[in-house]
Design a protein around this ligand. Structure first.
Ligand SMILES: Cc1cc2nc3c(=O)[nH]c(=O)nc-3n(C[C@H](O)[C@H](O)[C@H](O)COP(=O)(O)OP(=O)(O)OC[C@H]3O[C@@H](n4cnc5c(N)ncnc54)[C@H](O)[C@@H]3O)c2cc1C
Length: 479
């Protein structure tokens, strides 16, 4: 069994300890929101009636609300949120807004080979439309269409890069960087070469995106209630969808469930997602000298090529966000803030950070946090309707929901309209994936798979029998 670059080049323990000595356990993005972007909204009280009631105010719920108003300004829309707008995954992610609707080309091509070209075209169109909406509505979300850099950090990954380069030979937006070129782009001793996909990804400030979507929706008449957990959902015989909170209820002609990894209000969806915890660090702003030492002038989002990968990016004020690698599943599939506190995982991430950028020794991390990845067995969202077509749902974005939640909003609105569109005819939309098994099988399966992925990274990427079997079944567990 081999070692990884992070085991071969371990930074001094004192560097890691210093970097974490004053780190706050808070979500940087939420801390960074100006007050005018976090207005307190009232809880739901009494009875409200509306055309469309949406449960959940993350990206899925907020995009659906805004798109519903853009399609029909007269449609009344109400959003009911258990906590605050964007407090969950939508306010604490990496901010990689990717074109892919399928969690990458390979996953999409394996599951939907006949539709992958359509899925990729629709995904790029979705990202282009996000860019246009940001400009047209003046959403102040620090949107930057930087593309994404995928560096090879182990010798065996160079062959993957070369294969990728050859497959994309006709695509001017896919650029191959050899060892020297990648160093001139972003200086890291771990990089052996890279592919830069120039158009497939934008970076955003995640919490600003939720705040600005909420603002744009409210300016168009959407009502948002916060601190209002929906505890019951009923479909009255006379039609419509009614959701109940402790203090009130909303009677909607139609409903949308945008509750993602949280326990679904629909029994049939309870086994469809599991929370897998992902951990993140944010540095202080780099000094001009530190920035010169890294380069990174094109500011791409970066995701290395290992099975257990890191993702990292610059912020507009010159910090580096560094996350990923370990993604932890806890027996019982609960969403629980207690799972967020893992000093050992943050210390490992800090060590990997200084292996990647040893020239930044001395830099400190200002923030550390974690969040639940919304994993589904097909690694990407599933969709559907219930209650005679009056209720639509989408969930399970498996760590790639910043862009694809907007696509999901459009799918759900199409489904509620009964419209036959290119989106609703996709197999990805029409067919539900397998659920996760109940415990203890879920924990055994997910943790064995994660162990296998780690082993594969120690074994020149070679996948063991378990991973090959899961691949063949189209079932797997990824971050
Ligand atoms: C650490 C981390 C990093 C990530 N990085 C990226 C990335 O770089 N790029 C990317 O594309 N994706 C990333 N993701 C995934 C992405 O953040 C999610 O896919 C996306 O935010 C999902 O949006 P959502 O609205 O469906 O879910 P959420 O943001 O989880 O929103 C669901 C909302 O529903 C509410 N809710 C639940 N139940 C109820 C109820 N009963 N009543 C009322 N309200 C309810 C919740 O309070 C919550 O606000 C990351 C995720 C994490 C955790």
């Amino acid at each position: 069994m081999g070692t990884t670059v992070f085991e071969r080049n371990v930074p001094p323990a004192s560097v890691v300890a210093h970097s974490l000595a004053q780190t706050r356990s808070r979500v940087f993005w939420l801390d960074d929101l100006p007050d005018h972007l976090r207005p307190a909204r009232p809880p739901l009280r009494g009875a409200v009636s509306t055309d469309l009631v949406i449960v959940g105010a993350g990206y899925t719920g907020l995009w659906t609300a805004l798109l519903a108003k853009l399609r029909d300004p007269h449609r009344r829309v109400v959003v009911v949120e258990a906590n605050r707008v964007g407090w969950a995954a939508s306010g604490r992610n990496g901010g990689f807004c990717e074109a892919s609707l399928t969690h990458g080309h390979e996953n999409g091509a394996r599951r939907w080979p006949d539709e992958i070209d359509t899925l990729e075209r629709l995904g790029m169109q979705n990202l282009d439309e996000i860019e246009a909406t940001v400009a047209d509505l003046g959403l102040d979300v620090q949107f930057e269409r930087t593309g994404q850099l995928a560096p090879a950090i182990e010798p065996h990954q160079l062959a993957w890069l070369e294969e990728w380069r050859d497959e994309a030979a006709d695509d001017p937006d896919v650029v191959y960087l050899d060892a020297d070129e990648v160093q001139r782009s972003v200086a890291s001793p771990t990089y052996l070469g890279a592919i830069w996909e120039k158009r497939n990804c934008a970076l955003v400030h995640p919490a600003r995106l939720t705040a600005e979507l909420a603002r744009a929706a409210e300016e168009r008449g959407v009502e948002i209630f916060e601190r209002s957990r929906v505890i019951d959902l009923v479909t009255p015989a006379g039609g419509g969808v009614t959701v109940h909170t402790d203090l009130g209820r909303v009677d909607g002609a139609q409903g949308v469930l945008a509750t993602n990894v949280f326990p679904s209000l629909l029994r049939r969806n309870r086994l469809m997602t599991v929370p897998v915890y992902d951990y993140v660090l944010m540095t202080e702003p780099l000094s001009p000298e530190q920035r010169d030492a890294v380069g990174w002038r094109d500011r791409q989002g970066i995701g290395d090529m290992a099975n257990q990968f890191h993702y990292y990016r610059m912020t507009q004020d010159g910090r580096i966000l560094f996350g990923g690698y370990d993604a932890l599943y806890h027996y019982g599939r609960r969403v629980d803030p207690a799972y967020e506190n893992r000093p050992d995982v943050w210390a490992k991430l800090a060590s990997h950070f200084f292996t990647t950028f040893p020239q930044l020794e001395g830099l400190r991390f200002s923030h550390q946090w974690a969040g639940a990845i919304d994993s589904s067995t097909q690694f990407t969202a599933f969709f559907g309707t219930a209650r005679k077509g009056r209720l639509a749902y989408a969930a399970g974005f498996t760590g790639l929901g910043v862009g694809s939640t907007r696509f999901a909003g459009n799918v759900m609105l199409d489904l509620l309209d009964g419209a036959h569109t290119e989106r609703t005819s996709l197999q990805m939309v029409r067919r539900r994936p397998l659920p996760f098994p109940p415990e203890p099988a879920a924990a055994l399966g997910i943790n064995a798979t994660r162990w296998s992925m780690d082993r594969a990274d120690h074994n020149e990427g070679r996948r063991n029998v378990l991973l090959k079997t899961l691949d063949a079944m189209g079932l797997g567990f990824d971050s």
